[in-house]
Write a protein that binds this ligand. Sequence first.
Ligand SMILES: [Mn+2]
Length: 511
Amino acid sequence: MLAVTRSFSKEFSNLKSIGIGSQKLLKYKLCTTLNQCQNVRFVHNNNDQRKYGQPTPITHPHLLKEGEVNVGIIKEEFVQRRKNLVDKILSSNRINGRGLIILPSARKKYMVDHIPYFFRQDTDFRYLTGCLQPQSLLVIDFTETTHQTYLLLNDNTAYEEKWEGPRFGFQEATEFFGVDEVLSVHSFQEVLTKLTKDKNKLNLWYDFLNPRDEEIHQDILEFIKSLGQVHNLNNIHPLRDVLHELRSVKSSAEISLMRKTCEIGALGLMKTISSSKHLSSELDYLATIDYYSRLAGASYLAYPPVVASGNNANTIHYIAATDTVRPGDMMLMDSGCEYHGYSSDITRTWPVSGQFTQAQEVLYDIVLECQQTLIKSIVPNETTIDDLYRRMLRELCKSLQHAGIIKEQEESAALRFVHLYCPHNVGHHLGMDVHDCATLNKNTPLVPGNVITVEPGLYIRQDNDKVPLEFRGQGLRIEDDILITKSNCEILTEGCPKSKKEIQNLVKRGV
Ligand SMILES: [Mn+2]
């Protein structure tokens, strides 16, 4: 009971310090009594059955080590990320007053009445907090010299716990996430009003043009409008750009997670290739990659995989997976998994019979050689994704001319036709999201700690009567995930073979 009294009085003084009135406090006190009691058990009794809003080292010691907030990432790293964000903002902005960062989490969405979609936390919110609870809010209040972090969470009531599962109590969340204070998300307007009540210049970082959560966005807009009446509101800056710059350079903990998710994704794909002779429909292949990925520890597939046999591979985003697979077909599978918040993204193309036809072999050689040339050409701190794209077009052009698929002899004339056979880009950043840090400029040199995909392809539709008959109806792509290191780069997905010989042997003989 002593801990209850002590932690409650601490929270009481926190509330007073941000000036929430006594009536509000009474309401707050009633609804957080449950939290306070749970807090005692969190700290003092590790043997009970108490669960929280997400796995913790106490409840899930098979997943998290002591001190970790998310699998593989300790609390101090999250604290450092928030500091890095503030420092980065301050390094390019003179705020001349105070700054406020507002970042909502994802909200639960429903397919139909009471049937939720699978919940996935907002990536930026997860990156800065490690908190996996929906309908939360991160607020960072900062000046040139200090910053305070507030995490606003849903109240934990017995009713909610019964239907939705447990949530963190506020005091235990303060300790677990390493923030300065945790408050009710329902009091966010009071919290923001209090934080902005002095008449100093206010600088706001909030993604108001492309909001993450429409519902709370309306309330935040109301708040911003109310600020305009009393404040010298300097500017509203978007938050994503600066966050994506930070997220694009992976820490050593993140690199370990990227290695793991790529290892699982590559292994799953290898096992799927080697199961080919037992599989007869695209759906069989989809089920197989899903099965092997989750069995190896993936949370789920990172995106609806492309499982495209034969001519279906010419539809770049083919995700229907409704066809049967014919013996002479190649299978193009673009799949990746998510492992505790980190994604892999791999593509292989192989003959389901275990033997490429001569024409398939010609096309496969072109794509593989191009991909290997591109990976070898990466120079850290120099090469950009745009460079790789231009290089890909030139390489493919040369090979397509050689194979008689592009008839034009002049390079400049021939180059105009390459996009007909490879209409997509050469790659993208990869990390917590599959298309990671999407606001980054593709013309920025790749630096150590970046992870990108390199994924040239060739697509020749069945009805393309301009190319020799034997090439028609074939679609191929080879994609690996590449970590940029200080001296060159590391292929994180090399666990899945791609040489012609190896891939044919995999189908014929299994793993
Ligand atoms: Mn990709």
